[in-house]
Design a protein around this ligand. Sequence first.
Ligand code: AMP
Length: 288
Amino acid sequence: MIVAERIAQVRSQVREARADGHTVRLVPTMGALHEGHLSLIRTARTDGGYVVVSLFVNPTQFGPGEDLRRYPRPIQEDLAACEAEGVDLVFHPPVDEMYPEEPRTTVHVAGLTEGLCGAHRPGHFDGVCTVVTKLLGIVAPDAAYFGEKDAQQLAVVRRMVADLNLPVRILACPLVRDPDRLATSTRNAYLGKEERARALALSRAVLEAGGRIRAGQRDASAVARRVRKDLEAAPGVEPQYVAVVDPDTLQDLDTIEDQVLVAAAVLVGQTRLIDNVLLRNLAPAGEA
Ligand code: AMP
């Protein structure tokens, strides 16, 4: 496994891999790898070709007062995990390799970034879109892998790639949960034992909403109301938003038809957690 800190090295390795006839696959991450990340890496590995994982805690996607400084960076463990998964190249750039000077260019996806997490994290998706565009420019992969855990990010990145005609396939991987069903996340490490128990109200609320929709509930505002009520009733949990939207446009739904994203964010103490249920190819109401 090659570990590259420099863009030029990534480019030359990828050029060689391509010359050898390999398809190039990128899994962008902020490191502190867990089972969610590993599922993306394993999917990329199974799809075959040359697998690149980026480990970069991107400062421009953190707002003031967010957890940029304390975000975990266990680089040795991450490299060992990548090695064990058969990753070909890890790109682990220092901040000044990615941002050698104050950037004057930002990629902004309008509309899709305004609601849900975007409403609570101003500038976050501009940071994400800009760094993803840079990583796609550096690695030039045929395919890039994103988790449905960050369902809004996935919708935003897909739209960005379509709008900018970027020559890459965006592939989605299902949300991975811990054994207690909390969505696996680096930020779960911030939770104390009691907070973690309280946080389970989030996964329970969205999973139950998914169950009700599968059972035939098609009234989107009734679904949203119930999730909000469940979260408001949960001790130590402060809901930020509940959204019942189309997973591609992120527009609020009135009646749920063939696809729906039920997404929510809460604060548990100082820790912000997100979770969602994404349902596609739903049977028409009455045929559940
Ligand atoms: P991050 O390191 O948090 O930026 O995440 C890197 C990638 O891993 C993103 O595409 C995330 O959506 C994905 N990811 C993170 N947690 C999970 C999870 N629990 N299940 C599936 N994908 C995840």
